[in-house]
Unconditional design. Structure first.
Length: 346
């Protein structure tokens, strides 16, 4: 770790000041289709050509492209005809819509929804509640009602979550050997990317996506292939409706949306429904026990403040919630990636 003397604090503060500019450059290049155009053409293009094809100003596009070069999202080659731009490998893999590992949808969700809530972060800190009312003029009492305020917004969110699991799903599902669980419920399974990863890793498993009726309908029609017979659906609200019996319940990025009381309420329902010998798999981004990091998880916890009723937690805090619901034999696995896994058994 750097000593106090080694750190250039004025420079560090300046870097923090420009942090939001970095994300907005990437958001804008994605939204305008820069990376998609360069992938589709398969050749380096000038800023004038890119601007013409995407219908933007030439001066604005040139500055955007140069900023993307600085961020290592594009490369530039200086020729006699002028500067020619190409995607980097990272952009081809993660920032183009057509890539299997595309993060385009989650980036657009952050740009168009999350970013607006963060504008009111100071208000969220003062009040201790989410900021949908200020950001969108809608009630903040039901976070998911606000998040799913239109079918378009719901679709963006579901596609965004699917893109996250396209690069993180395998890590959390192999954190523990789940092969002996064949009857699995994915509570709040959304677009089903984690369920698809699960049946791919564990071919003998059958996964039921349990989510709100409108979410299930979209998942059926747009995200899960009709020929995938190992994935089924259950429509309902797991706080207010019954939870069917199963061997394993997956709660991926669910508990961080809610306060401790609601988490205990949900986990108790899961425990009561769970078959003896079964269990629950929590997939969350874990804070260090002293809450000193990781910084990504600390920032996610701030995002829970502006968007939900919940927060990120330590492994000890999740273990305490599981124990209060009746679960035992609790194991924690840090994956070294964005999301970790906690397994409790009945």
């Amino acid at each position: 770790m750097d000593s106090m003397e080694d750190l250039d604090y004025p420079q560090l503060i300046l870097q923090y000041n420009s942090g939001f500019l970095v994300s907005k450059v990437m958001f804008t290049a994605c939204e305008l289709g820069v990376f998609d155009l360069l992938l589709e053409t398969g050749e380096a293009l000038s800023s004038d050509t890119i601007a013409t094809r995407l219908g933007t100003s030439t001066t604005g596009m040139e500055r955007l492209l140069d900023a993307c070069v600085g961020l290592k999202l594009l490369t530039v080659e200086l020729t006699q005809e002028g500067a020619l731009y190409r995607n980097t490998e990272i952009s081809n893999i993660y920032l183009t819509k057509s890539s299997p590992k595309s993060q385009y949808h989650i980036i657009m969700y952050y740009s168009n929804s999350v970013y607006l809530c963060w504008h009111y972060l100071a208000d969220a800190v003062r009040e201790g509640r989410n900021q949908y009312e200020r950001a969108f003029g809608i009630s903040s009492n039901d976070p998911f009602g606000a998040m799913y305020r239109s079918e378009e917004e719901m679709l963006k969110f579901m596609a965004g979550q699917n893109s996250v699991w396209s690069i993180c799903g395998r890590d959390v599902l192999v954190a523990f050997d789940l092969s002996h669980f064949t009857q699995i419920y994915d509570l709040g399974g959304g677009g089903g990317a984690l369920a698809q990863e699960c049946v791919s890793l564990y071919p003998n498993s059958r996964v039921t996506i349990y989510d709100l009726p409108k979410v299930v309908q979209v998942a059926k029609n747009q995200f899960i292939p009709h020929e995938e017979c190992r994935i089924t659906f259950h429509s309902g609200d797991f706080f207010n409706d019954s939870i069917p019996e199963a061997e394993l319940y997956i709660l991926s990025k669910i508990l961080h949306d809610w306060d401790d009381d609601k988490c205990r309420q949900l986990l108790t329902k899961v425990y009561n429904a769970c078959k003896p010998g079964g269990g629950v798999l929590l997939v969350e981004s874990l804070l260090n026990e002293d809450k000193s990091g990781p910084v990504e998880t600390q920032l996610y916890s701030m995002n829970m403040l502006v968007q939900t009723e919940g927060k990120e937690r330590t492994s000890a805090e999740y273990s305490k919630l599981l124990e209060a619901a009746g679960f035992g034999e609790i194991k924690v696995k840090r994956t070294g990636k964005l999301y970790d896994a906690v397994l409790g058994r009945k």
